[in-house]
Unconditional design. Sequence first.
Length: 685
Amino acid sequence: MSKIELIPFGDWCRYFFIFSVMLLGMCYAGEIYAQKQNAGLDTGKVHDLDEVAVRSERYKLDLESPTPTQVLSGKDIEKLNSFSVADAIRYFTGVQLKDYGGIGGLKTINVRSLGSAHTSVFYDGVIIGNAQNGQVDLGKFSLDNIEAIELFNGQKSSIFQPAKGFFASNTLFLQSRKPVFSGNAKSNTKLSLKTGSFGLFNPSVLYEQRLSDRLSLASNIEYVTAHGEYKYRYKKEGGYDTTAIRQNGDINSFRGELTLFQQFKSGGKASYKAYFYQSERGLPGAIVANIFSHYQRLWDRNFFVQGQIQKSLFENHEMLLNVKYSHDYNRYVDPNYQTTKGALDNHYRQSGIYGSLVNLYAIKSWWDVSLATDFSYNSLDANLYRFAYPTRFSTYLAFSSAMHWDRLEIQANLLGAYIVDEVEHYRGTGNESVFCPVVSMSFQPFENYETFRLRGFYKESFRMPTFNDLYYTFVGNTFLEPEFTKQYNAGFAWYHEPKAGFGKSIKVQADAYYNLVTDMIIAVPSANLFRWTMTNLGMVEIKGLDVSTNIGMELPKDVLFDLGFNYTFQHATDITSGSTVYGDQIPYTPVHSGSITASTNYKDWLINYSFIYTGERYSQKANIRVNHVQPWYTSDLGLSWNKTLGKYHCNLGLEANNLFNQYYDVVLNFPMPGRNYRLKLTINV
């Protein structure tokens, strides 16, 4: 079996040269442009919290949001026994994480049963696109360089954001760490090493350098390798049959990031980032029909450069400019699938150009308006027989208005999209024009209770069929319609800081919601059962409730205790007229799910416990016994020690995951690991 070649030295030089020219050009242009403008006045509408912001201030911003907001940041991330971003978001309410097992397994997010393609992922404020299949593998993003993870149902509450942020049904924002230098320090270094079960070896280095009073540089590199072998139980009708070893779950990956942060002398800021990821992994496959070994391999190579400039050009004005270029390469090899030219060996190359311009203006102290315009170009190349070679031109517009008083905030958005596909073969879908309204509000009903707010929103959104949906050979359907959603949400948020007693803080959020999905895109078998095709079929109705509670306590002898509880109820059913499964729960959506987190901090020691529960589900549309998937739950326990030794700050942590060694599947026939351990050492200089 052939291996993918490492990137040649010449290509490394080319990538580095492209980024260097872009970086220097944007820095120079941004600084010159900023110097030509008068110092912009702070409108008071766009706020950046420092890394050491008080926790209650963060909660206050969440409280006033008209859309449900869930945030993990700083110490909250460190408390969780999480290896990647995908592991951390399991603790959010209303979220199902599709995990195909192991460290190298694909991990995608499904929020409120709308499907992974309805959640847009942003990294440092710029969208991560995938026109090929509409999914972002969250397992590729390490927590070592992540400062905050934010999940917004509907959309982010601020109207000062790119147009793409308004169009998705849900948005996930990942914020990488920004350099913070104490005193006269000119550099920071963070060394981290994780090792543990399944042959895991994961070193990473984060280096931050202060270049001047207004320039700082951050670089982060990480390597992950693991053989991915773990025990699991193979289940047959009537009980477990045998215990086997999961095969072909190995991974070797490298990630590198370089980010330049800039503060303009006349006000404003900018950041410029280069990102590179390369991996080779095995695809362990489904365990069915007594087939335990699989030999499929997948190679990924992802590269992008992006820049963001935020600047006030005149009084009461703010501008946000984003630009991005990305190139993704994937190779999939299946020795078991023979073609006329031998084993199946597919190559895909996806390129994208993205630009966004947002202008916000404060008409009054209580009234802001914004206009966001996004443009993107995507193309896909493959070595498939009779491939369509599609390109997509997309334009998104979002006109927004926000009115805010002491006790009331109202937002309204009018969204418009114009999308054109061009293909070399077959027929493109033609032009697609879509308009969607959004209305949201947040209200403080009682004058003396400033920390209690009611909220609600109505939102219409859509998603275009992906390139795979439309043009994949023998499978794609070029006549597919976009998938539309309507979202209704009503809830409340309450935050309280007791003035006496052991309690430090109490936060409660609860939201009831109703979602309606029309023209849902699904795969159905054709006359040849080995060839499926994509089609628009039916309507899905989703009724749900999310409840989230967090309690912080300060006990005697300087013991800090934190307890979190999340619960989700979802009744997501197929209501297609005439459907044979009318009223059945849609696949992989549990009616009940939730999590509990608890942590205790005493001097240099921190112990944390987390529990996740996912109720019974069905693997197919028909809710019959053969499709039933058992509920599962896991318990994770962690112990860490923090100590400053001279100029070094050390953290040593031991984690035991799936403490009670439960055997379970998140996706049927893709067994998850049993009890496993991780040891982590971090040194900050």
